[in-house]
Every structure is written in structure tokens, then in C-alpha cells.
Design a protein around this ligand. Structure first.
Ligand code: DQA
Length: 144
């Protein structure tokens, strides 16, 4: 089973986007870090980012069709998207929801996630380390 690491809207702007909230790691740095951890763990990952909800849905459908595990930071769609929740519900493999920031300490509209109900687990507030935590969890589950 391979792993799709999917990032939603605005995450391509990491590093310059609200650094006090999301840190100074750039998106390119994040991809490199995820790929390095995956290599260490012997995992096959594909790391992607989109500002298009339709494109994200297509990638989730791909995971449903191929049996891939999903690590997803749905960004703002976390709090708005029933269709993303419905797509993730079709994925048989584990789904780990990651948020760089601790959404529960932020604005009230960030406290509800449409995705969490169909996720295996949720990581929030650990910065970009959250992606590494998700990959190490999947490795512990035997997902490579
Ligand atoms: C985020 C938190 C969301 O509320 C926000 O819309 C994002 C990023 C995070 O990683 O902390 O874009 O998912």
C-alpha cells in the first residue's frame, strides 16, 4: 500500500503564509522532509498540494481505487467540506488528518472538522512534525 500525502488550499504558501501560526518551513522544505522520513521508513509516498477542491477530491478517489493510505491536511476545507468528508469515507486504508496549528485554540469556526469523523486519527498543533508523526503511525501499522 502506498501513501498519498494531500495538502489543501494555501499550503503551497507555507513559509511566507502567516509564519507566526504556520512556521517558516517552506512547502518545498516540507515535501523534502516528508520524503526523507518516508525513505527512512521504507514507505512509498506521493506528496501533493492543490488550491482546487475538485483536484483534491480526484486524489482521494484515487486512494479509494488503489487502496492507498491518506495523510491529509484539508486546510480551510476541513471546516466547510461535506464533499471531502464523503470522498474520504470511501477510502479503505487509514486516513490521518493533520493540522500544523492547534485548530482548537484558534477561532471557533476552526473547532469543527467535517473530516475527523471519517479519519483514523487526527494530529493538530505539532507544527510540520505532525506529518512525520502521521507517517510514523502508519509505519507502526505496517503501512509502507
Ligand atoms: C490548517 C488549519 C486550518 O484551519 C486552516 O484553514 C489551514 C491550515 C493547519 O494546518 O493548521 O489552512 O489546516
Amino acid at each position: 500500500m502506498s501513501i498519498l500525502v494531500l495538502n489543501g488550499a494555501n499550503l503551497g504558501r507555507l513559509g511566507t503564509r502567516e509564519p507566526a501560526t504556520y512556521g517558516t518551513t517552506t512547502y518545498a522544505d516540507l515535501v523534502a522532509r516528508i520524503e526523507a522520513v518516508a525513505a527512512e521508513l521504507g514507505q512509498q509516498v506521493s506528496v501533493r498540494q492543490t488550491d482546487s477542491e475538485a483536484e483534491l477530491l480526484g486524489w482521494v478517489h484515487e486512494a479509494a481505487d488503489t487502496g492507498a493510505a491518506v495523510v491529509v491536511n484539508p486546510a480551510g476545507w476541513t471546516h466547510t467540506s461535506v464533499v471531502l468528508r464523503d470522498a474520504l469515507a470511501q477510502v479503505d486504508g487509514p486516513v490521518v488528518e493533520v493540522h500544523i496549528s492547534n485548530v482548537h485554540t484558534r477561532e471557533a469556526f476552526r473547532h469543527h472538522s467535517f473530516v475527523s469523523a471519517v479519519a483514523t486519527g487526527v494530529v493538530a498543533g505539532l507544527g510540520v512534525f505532525g506529518y512525520e508523526a502521521a507517517l510514523r503511525f502508519l509505519a507502526d501499522q505496517g503501512v509502507r
